[in-house]
Design a protein around this ligand. Sequence first.
Ligand code: PEP
Length: 252
Amino acid sequence: MSIRRKLIAGNWKMNGLKAGSAELASALVANWTSGAPPACDVLVCPPFPLIVPVAAALAGSGIAVGAQDCHARPAGAHTGDVAAPLLADLGCAAVIVGHSERRADHGETDATVKAKAEAALAAGMIAIVCVGETLEQREAGRTLEVNTSQLRGSLPAGATPANTVIAYEPVWAIGTGRVATPAQAQEVHAVLRAELASLLGVESAAATRILYGGSMKPDNAAELLSLPDVDGGLIGGASLKAADFWAIVTAC
Ligand code: PEP
């Protein structure tokens, strides 16, 4: 059995209103309480304004709440941004940083992602650091180089298996219904773990969770989650339906 406890994290992205999100959270709690406790950690990351009501709905369950981004600085004149200490204060256990949509939409570089991850750690939260290649990069044979380079540039100083999770998210598989084959996912995960070994040491690399993200659904989750270096999933679309998300949780 792996020393790494799997993590299933839902990224709700820019979806949901107050009522529907509370319903989704309550449905997850109902799943949590109706069966045996899942064999993995479970996290949901709603949009910022929904963190408080979702955390309230999840209270008492073992489902944690997280955020989809944070600013690199702990406070200050940064209109519209959200600081990591505030997220921690609201009850967030983790923050996703470096999602490809933020890298693309907001021009976030590896250095930005690293600084944000360090802010998350400084606030006592887990940083979920996303890396992944575009279709163009894959077709050019650059997949491994792109992912290892993003990992090297984005990994926070002070990363440990307890405070940092890596998410491999091939950009071409996000929200497209196209999923990496088990061989493609395992290849990148194994290379990322080898890169972690050179950055953090073999023991830390062996204990660090590397999630797969990109059109993970109930019908492909079990196969992806059974791969030796896949330690969970970062789930977009399927995290918006309680039944689908919970089917992935139980696939662990
Ligand atoms: C994501 O955006 O992190 C993601 C994996 O999305 P989807 O599951 O919808 O592909």
